[in-house]
Design a protein around this ligand. Structure first.
Ligand code: F0G
Length: 426
């Protein structure tokens, strides 16, 4: 269908064939051609400076205003969502400066947007609050996702709040313990699939409709509306003075898609007058998008993924086309870094007292790589997105530290004194 008369505030459109759907249509993909859907909003009635002022009055965590860093931007996220979204609240994450990390990465003006400070410890909460709100609006009876772990933890928490049964499919044996523990703890049904993430996603996409389960992976366009607010919030924190670069890890490419959309809209609607460039960083063993970029995106690349950063161990990213659009629109770049580089960056981030999970450290590893090649200039203003919390992946912390980090001693003053003396210097 197409809307012949005045447009509603929001609607959905197929990104492949342009078919239009009502905002409250429960379809996850276009019924005509199977393409991914996108939510579109009418240009807000208010001009950019007035919108910015409105967002500012709601900032940041006062319960009498809008305590969510997602719903603060409701006019450009989901204007018709109503006054009671399923919200923790989420967002309001800090923008940090740490000299050690900036120096290691090679850019003095490096800020870290720590999305691991969201309620379930990852940026997924920003998408999930919108996705779960939409699930209730369309009358969903249960929700489902495939996940490398963070989406599942977030889905489980928000489904518990919404009172909906939740099912998650994860690649058996390949999900970090912290994420699994959260998911089970919030009360979701965890199904460990004998296969990788890509197999899990294919399975839920093929079966969710038949089973009456509302799919809340990032192929669900409402998730991306929420994830746009990572960019909106960091722009607000910078006084709407855009950085030169925003750097993020890429897996299924939902965030890359959301970031491009946020920037396009922010520019079109007068919130910013300059568009930052995006740099997407993949792990070398899971780098189909980086390979696609190197080949001018002439073809879609699929790989068998392997990396220590299990969150981004994805070989066939679902949001490929939209992400290509984001890279083209922002004159962005896509590169890959080795697991060793990811772990080196993670060590620097952890030892600066910030901490993050391995996939998040790919951002900072990528900046070091891009400053070394000259793609990012040393005088650039850069924001790196740290996507997940340090405690998501406890095994990697303990195995990287080794046995010496957990020294057992007798409960005597002598043993303690000996141990203190023996402590190796940093
Ligand atoms: N960083 C973390 C910590 C993630 O959990 C993910 C994705 C990404 C980066 C990549 O983001 O997929 O939007 O490109 N995790 C998904 C999950 C796949 O199931 O939790 P993307």
């Amino acid at each position: 269908m197409t809307f012949s008369t005045a447009r509603p505030p929001s609607w959905q459109v197929c990104t492949v064939c342009g078919n239009e759907l009502l905002e409250t249509d429960a379809a996850i993909r276009c019924r005509a051609c199977g393409g991914l859907l996108e939510v579109r909003h009418r240009r807000p009635d208010l001009p950019g400076p007035v919108l910015r002022g409105l967002f500012q009055t709601r900032c940041c965590t006062r319960p009498d205003t809008t305590p969510s860093g997602v719903w603060r931007f409701q006019e450009i996220v989901l204007p018709t969502a109503g006054a009671n979204p399923v919200s923790f609240p989420e967002g309001n994450t800090p923008l940090l400066y740490r000299g050690q990390i900036a120096e290691w990465a090679g850019v003095p003006e490096l800020l870290l947007k720590h999305e691991g400070q969201n309620p379930t410890g990852s940026f997924k909460d920003r998408g999930m609050t919108v996705g779960m709100t939409q699930a209730l609006r369309i009358g969903a009876r249960a929700v489902v996702c495939a996940s490398t772990g963070n989406t599942s933890a977030s889905l489980a928490a928000y489904a518990a709040q919404a009172g909906l049964p939740a099912f998650v499919l994860v690649p058996a044996g390949r999900v970090a313990r912290g994420k699994l523990a959260q998911t089970v703890g919030y009360g979701a049904r965890v199904l460990a699939v004998r296969g990788d993430f890509d197999a899990c996603l294919r399975l839920v996409e093929a079966s969710s409709d038949l089973l009456g389960l509302y799919l809340l992976n990032s192929v669900n366009p409402f998730r991306l509306e929420g994830q746009k607010t990572i960019v909106l919030e960091l722009l607000q924190q910078l006084g709407w003075e855009p950085p030169d670069w925003i750097v993020l890890p890429g897996g299924n490419l939902g965030n890359t898609s959301a970031f491009g959309k946020a920037l396009e809209e922010a520019h079109a609607w007068g919130l910013i007058d300059r568009v930052p460039r995006l740099a997407v960083i993949q792990a070398q063993g899971a780098a189909p998008f980086a390979r696609g970029f190197a080949g001018g995106f002439l073809q879609r690349v699929r790989v068998d993924a392997e990396t220590v950063a299990t969150a981004i161990r994805i070989g066939d990213p679902a949001s490929w086309d939209r992400a290509v659009q984001s890279i083209r629109y922002t004159d962005g770049v896509v590169v890959s870094v080795s697991d060793a580089e990811i772990l080196a960056a993670k060590r620097v981030i952890d030892h600066a007292g910030v901490g993050c999970e391995p996939a998040s450290a790919a951002s900072v590893a990528g900046i070091r790589h891009l400053t070394a090649t000259g793609a990012i200039r040393a005088d650039a203003r850069v924001v790196a997105i740290l996507t997940g919390h340090m405690l998501k992946d406890p095994e990697i912390l303990l195995s990287a530290a080794g046995d010496a980090a957990l020294k057992e001693i007798d409960a005597t003053p002598e043993a303690l004194a000996r141990a203190v003396e023996q402590t190796p210097p940093e």
